[in-house]
Design a protein around this ligand. Sequence first.
Ligand code: SAM
Length: 270
Amino acid sequence: MIEKHWKEGLARRFGVAAERYEQNSEVQQNSAKILAELIKKHLSSHRPLRILEIGCGTGYLTRRLLPFFSKSEWVVTDISSDMIKICQHNISLENNVKATEIHFKVMDGETPDLSGSFDLICSNMAFQWFHDLKGSVEKLVTLLAPEGLLAFTTLDTGTFDCWNRCQQEMAIHRRGPHFVDVTTLWSNTDQYSVDIHRQTFLQLHNSALDFLRSLKEIGAHSSGLGQTPIAPGQLRSLMKKYESCFTDGTVEANYEIAFVLCSNKLPQQV
Ligand SMILES: C[S@@+](CC[C@H](N)C(=O)[O-])C[C@H]1O[C@@H](n2cnc3c(N)ncnc32)[C@H](O)[C@@H]1O
């Protein structure tokens, strides 16, 4: 029940941010670009018949892949109906994807209610909001067609390193999603093959407030399940401490992005 309530809040916050999302999401845009290239390379000899996208947002990844897989049947989903509307609108502005068969659906990617199998399941920067990342991925792998590919990015451990360290030093319990160590999580999986690589992206801000505002503007400011926001006085001290970590008048936020490719085709035994 509490989880349902939390997810409704998450969807609402992303919905409110949907219109302005693209003004403040350079990291997400760059990550979508790299993920799209990885997918195209991986599927260069195997055009997917059916594609499922999870957490489409405003459609950064969708728009990068659609022209390339324009003959596929697409199911494009997000937990926020407002994000879906913006995604739909953005796609309608693209001239080269008119012929594609696209179905839009409001759906929680952790509890997919879909039938049939998919040759490609993809997602950019949404899985960090899952409560059970590994369990959800295992569920999604079962939706893959033989030799299908599940390709996603998520925020890895170490993201917002300095901000987290400041909270630790002030004995403040960290708010927001828990960034798991993706490599450790998949260190002993033998049901499907997993390929992970990690890349750091940096975003500079004028102040700690600017950093927090940038998260709010894209809707990524939900506290974790069952957490209350930091009290205003404590937050002011935390922002001051965060700013004191930098000497040139800007603050730096690091995004550790894991690019994960899962395939239900197991590696050849030797
Ligand atoms: C940071 S945005 C990324 C959006 C887009 N994929 C991009 O590359 O810009 C995260 C998106 O994931 C969606 N989301 C969060 N949790 C989700 C869930 N459990 N199932 C489906 N979508 C979810 C949000 O509504 C939001 O649109």
